[in-house]
Write a protein that binds this ligand. Structure first.
Ligand code: GLP
Length: 269
């Protein structure tokens, strides 16, 4: 794992923008044609909700407005969606993504995918989502936040390491953490349709962002703890291209923090 320690949440957003734009390269070029025949010039992005990636989305929007990047050759797949609330609900991840990213950029709405939960057969919906990701050629870069219990997407402790997109029950802790977005905890959905750990691990590269003291333990367990289903994000230790970008507070419990800072300095020199 590559660990980048930043001073602030703002710097995390900036570094994440720089890393993602560099990694996706040509695919975000404002020069390349929307109907490019060159597969190198298109890409598949995995997107996350929660408050952590919002700074990164603001950076992307700013660069799009400055005509530095374009999303017209991007296909995206969001990690998850709540069950039991309609896409029109302001707290649905459909609404959150529309409000905070999609409506500000030139992504083709037909290519911006979010798991569908307003349907009769959720397991079929999960299977269809997996098939769509495969048809798109797999995810090039997956953006992740992390729950205070180490969940990614909505893969709660105990999630199978090889899981595909399916319905997961949210833990009490996750519902309490996310209650701040709802009128009360009773309004927080109890289940969600989420990409599985297997889906996430199939992405070619991963960018996990975490800020604040509340994430410090989850980050320590993810980066330096044993790989265990009790900390779903710890599976990322197996990923060949996982980068973790942290602010000082989220990095504060890492035993090898000096080493990571040193390694990053060497990388840049
Ligand atoms: C939700 C999302 C996760 C996200 C987590 C943390 O549970 N399903 O993808 O990482 O919240 O959110 P925040 O960034 O607001 O702390």
């Amino acid at each position: 794992m590559r660990i980048i320690v930043c001073e602030s949440a703002e710097e995390v957003a900036l570094r994440a923008a720089i890393e993602s734009i560099e990694y996706l390269g040509e695919a975000l070029s404002t020069q390349s044609s929307g109907k490019s025949e060159n597969p190198e010039a298109s890409c598949v992005l995995g997107l996350a909700t929660g408050s952590t990636p919002l700074g990164l989305y603001r950076e992307w929007i700013e660069r799009y407005r400055a005509e530095e990047i374009s999303f017209r050759n991007v296909t995206s797949f969001n990690l998850d969606e709540y069950c039991g609330i309609p896409p029109s609900d302001p707290q649905s991840y459909h609404s959150v993504m529309h409000e905070n990213l999609f409506r500000h950029i030139d992504i083709d709405p037909a290519k911006a995918h979010i798991p569908v939960t307003d349907c009769d057969d959720l397991s079929q919906s999960g299977e269809r989502y997996e098939a769509m990701i495969e048809e798109a050629g797999g995810i090039d870069l997956q953006i992740l936040g992390i729950g205070s219990d180490g969940h990614i997407g909505f893969n709660e402790p105990g999630a199978s390491f090889s899981s595909p997109t399916r319905v997961k029950t949210l833990t009490k802790r996750t519902r309490e953490d996310n209650a701040r977005f709802f009128p009360s905890i009773d309004h927080v959905p109890r289940t969600a349709l989420t990409m599985g750990l297997g889906t996430i691990m199939s992405a070619r590269a991963i960018l996990l962002l975490a800020t604040g003291k509340g994430k410090a333990k989850a980050i320590r367990d993810t980066v330096e703890g044993p790989i265990t289903a009790m900390v779903p994000a710890s599976i990322l230790q197996f990923h060949p291209y996982a980068t973790v970008i942290l602010d000082a507070a989220a990095a504060s419990e890492l035993a090898l923090i000096d080493y990571y800072v040193d390694a990053e300095r060497n990388r840049q020199s």
